[in-house]
Ligand binder design. Structure first.
Ligand SMILES: [Zn+2]
Ligand SMILES: [Zn+2]
Length: 369
């Protein structure tokens, strides 16, 4: 194994990321080191890069090794790590997917099994990437899995391009649908057909949704949503106003509205619009808006009598990562998972890739070290 590796460091919005060389860390007991195969550019990476998401307000340090949606191969195992989280033997060279946060296992949230609400899960990001073990993100040659990590071996039938989106986008929407308690036959509206929205379409289908309606304004994304099982597409170019789109959802649901609406768009205006698409007794799942200080007007009197739930969902449980991997394996011939990542670039083009995806010229790019 090499003694040093490259990682892309982010100093703040407007500043180009720099590729630096750092010593390859040796895993402590209970930890693991992964050689990254593929790292996707997730919407939240762009929120940070643009400066919409002020990392310091979230207690995160700069400079930071950017990226978190990825897959790789085990490069080294710390003492005591002999199996993956499903109990299968784990060895150097195995292809893996893994959770990118590290719940403490001993706080009140962890104790009741809601590890996604653990306040300590991102404590490694409270220090900069200048602090050991340096490789704390996805845009680099390695990533360090701290003790308490969750890791699953990847079956050979799934390519790196297929599984790179599992540890953020796919697991995230499966958790969202779990929190929403989607029932058989229900109608789901998905706002935004980026990576999250595409995976949510397939997941809702497989969980038994009766009808999946996807909203977006980019042709490529709408086409992909259709390939992932969307029954109805609402094109922002054809229906440019919230009123028109709300009316369309109502028309598609016999005037009732949807049972579940998911914000996977990441634009604040999607929320008041989406809440009006929810039928009485329905659930609104909020995943997309993660930038601090973006607010929207809410009129509780229009939600309370209708018993509409507003459900923010951040991160996910280990079981959702396993479910995402299993679901992808089982349905790999039904959905074109290999089409979610549109373009792959070398790591040293990280700045160009962020700029291109920001302009919307690329749907979801990936970096291969
Ligand atoms: Zn992400
Ligand atoms: Zn905890």
């Amino acid at each position: 194994m090499a003694t040093t590796g490259r990682l892309a460091t982010f100093y703040g919005p407007g500043e180009p990321l720099r590729l630096v060389e750092r010593p390859v860390p040796e895993p402590e007991p209970g930890a693991a080191l992964v050689r990254i195969s593929l790292a996707n550019v997730c919407g939240s990476d762009l929120h940070m890069w643009r400066g919409e998401m002020d990392l310091r307000k979230l207690g995160r340090a700069l400079p930071r090794n950017l990226g978190h949606e990825m897959c790789g191969r085990i490069a080294a195992l710390g003492e005591g790590v002999t199996t993956d989280s499903a109990g299968a033997p784990l060895a150097v060279g195995d292809r893996v997917v893994y959770r990118y946060t590290f719940a403490c296992g001993r706080c009140q949230a962890c104790l009741v099994g809601m590890t996604r609400a653990c306040p300590h899960q991102a404590r490694h990001l409270a220090t900069t990437c200048e602090v050991w073990p340096y490789f704390k993100g996805a845009f680099g040659d390695y990533t360090y899995l701290f003790p308490g990590h969750v890791v699953f071996k990847v079956p050979d039938a799934l390519s790196d391009g297929m599984v790179a989106g599992i540890n953020c986008a796919f697991s995230q929407v499966i958790c969202g649908l779990d929190v929403a308690r989607l029932r058989l036959g229900e109608t789901v509206v998905i706002q935004g057909a980026g990576g999250l929205g595409i995976y949510a379409t397939a997941a809702a289908r497989e969980l038994g949704a009766g009808r999946v309606i996807v909203i977006d304004g980019v042709q490529e994304r709408l086409d992909l949503a259709a390939a992932f099982g969307a029954d109805e597409l609402i094109d922002l170019r054809e229906l440019p106003t919230p009123e028109g789109r709300i009316e369309r959802v109502k028309a598609l649901t016999e005037g009732w509205g949807a049972h579940v609406v998911m914000d996977l768009a990441g634009s604040i205006g999607a929320i008041p619009e989406g809440l009006q698409m929810v039928g009485n007794g329905g659930r609104y799942v909020e995943i997309g808006n993660i930038s601090p200080d973006m607010t929207f007007p809410m009129d509780p009197a229009r939600l309370i009598p209708r018993n509409v739930s507003f459900l923010p969902v951040g991160f996910y449980e280990p079981s959702h990562l396993q479910q995402a991997l299993d679901l992808m394996l089982r349905t790999r011939d039904r959905y074109p998972y290999d089409r979610v990542v549109s373009d792959v670039f070398p790591l040293d083009q990280v700045n160009e890739v962020l700029a291109e995806q920001d302009k919307g010229r690329i749907t979801r790019a990936a970096l291969a070290p």
